[in-house]
Design a protein around this ligand. Structure first.
Ligand code: FE2
Length: 413
């Protein structure tokens, strides 16, 4: 029997100890932080630092007598050198809690800073899975985009300029003590950021729901962070896919629609909870080198690739794509699985195009000559390629890239 079927009904989720969700929950941040300790390091970016909501968070922490240090220079895609700058600036100070407020890079910075403040050494010492030797400084994540799901994942992704690639620091010790998820933050997200992070969340849900089933032995999850598609993450995917199917186009058309913003942000949270144990797959492996070459956002990269990756993976995952068609309300449940799967994939294509995700890699700005290099580099992301439901080779990566470059959306034979 194929190892790509979940033979035992295995399930595993990892998640923050507390998750607070809902409009207005940002007002709970000070209480959540104070319950952990009084010396807080808050990491964010320039855009967030200037917002009224951020001023409100600082004010409420001051009212509680917290000793707060703010680092507001987090850069997009989180270069390793950015982490080193933060550590140099703190100059050996100690903290009871690290709070990340912002998009994925800010939350990833909070996680990696919490590791470094607890254990020292070099950032590269912790690249890989299970390299963090023990508990970190407690982490609180406050996402402001809807989103990367980084509030709930126990990985920090860093761009290493020496390696010219993104690397992950993945360990259950990076799980946040608390995540405070308030959709009000996303009301001021610029349209391109809303689209990119929404496409990222969609890619997470699809890649997790269709990921390889690894059928781990008992205890395997103590050695591997990513153990494949399973029955518990599937439930997060179902909720997330349904929510994005009805909300993503609405938030683009009406950015002030708080109900749609809430649905999108909750979908992103469920997506984060899913990929935290399933892992992501081919679209994420391919995006990393493409993002480095084109300087385009992670979300637009994975969103541009997703239609072609779904078509490549379809032969291994027909029932799952058929269910996606039903979750999105476009599949005729009396039709055959393949027809339902096609309807689901085409609906995702439609949503991605409607929100402004580039439809081809040419449109994204990739040079056709770079395709062989991208395929080879993507194969190095073994943490991700191992999760893909259909076996990946350098040759199949090239085929996906060729089709994605040209916009060839025919079904693979
Ligand atoms: Fe992603």
């Amino acid at each position: 029997m194929s190892r790509n079927v979940n033979l035992t009904g295995f399930g595993v989720v990892r998640q923050p100890k507390t998750i607070l969700f809902g409009p207005g929950e940002r007002r709970s941040i000070a209480g959540v932080v104070a319950a952990i300790g009084s010396r807080a390091l808050i990491v964010t970016d320039r855009r967030m630092e200037q917002s009224a909501e951020f001023a409100e968070i600082l004010e409420s922490l001051a009212e509680r007598g917290a000793d707060v240090s703010v680092y507001a220079d987090v850069e997009a895609e989180l270069p390793r050198t950015n982490v080193e700058d933060l550590l140099a600036e703190q100059d050996g100070r100690t903290f009871d809690v690290v709070v990340g407020v912002g998009g994925g890079s800010c939350l990833d910075m909070a996680k990696v800073a919490a590791v470094m403040l607890a254990h020292g050494g070099s950032v590269s010492d912790y690249y890989g899975e299970f390299k963090v030797p023990g508990p970190t400084v407690p982490i609180v994540t406050v996402p402001t985009t809807g989103g990367t799901g980084a509030e709930s994942t126990c990985i920090s992704v860093v761009y290493d300029p020496d390696l010219e690639m993104k690397v992950g620091i993945a360990s259950p010790y990076l799980e946040a003590t608390a995540a405070v998820v308030d959709p009000v933050f996303t009301l001021t997200c610029p349209p391109s950021l809303t689209a990119a992070t929404g496409a990222d969340a969609f890619s997470h849900l699809v890649e997790a729901f269709t990921a390889r089933s690894k059928n781990p032995e008992p205890g395997t999850q103590d050695r591997y962070v990513y153990v494949g598609k399973n029955v518990l993450t599937d439930e997060h995917c179902r909720v997330g896919i349904r929510l994005l199917g009805t909300s993503l186009e609405r938030v683009m058309a009406a950015p002030g629609d708080l109900e749609a913003r809430s649905d999108t942000m909750r979908a992103a949270l469920h997506a984060g909870l899913a990929i935290n144990t399933t892992g992501t797959a081919a679209a994420h492996a391919l995006q990393s080198p493409i993002g480095a070459l084109t300087h385009t956002s992670h979300g637009f990269g994975v969103g541009a690739l997703l239609p072609y990756v779904m078509r490549f993976n379809l032969p291994e995952r027909v029932p799952e794509f058929a269910e996606i068609g039903r979750l999105l309300g476009v599949a005729d449940a009396t039709a055959g699985d393949l027809d339902q799967a096609h309807a689901g994939i085409e609906r995702i294509d439609e949503i991605l195009l409607a929100i402004g995700v580039p439809g081809t890699l040419a449109e994204l700005g990739l040079d056709a000559d770079a395709i062989p290099k991208v395929a080879a580099q993507a194969m190095r992301a073994t943490r991700l390629t191992a999760n893909n439901p259909r076996e990946l080779t350098t040759e199949s990566m090239r085929l996906i890239l060729d089709k994605a470059y040209k916009g060839d959306r025919s079904w693979w034979s």
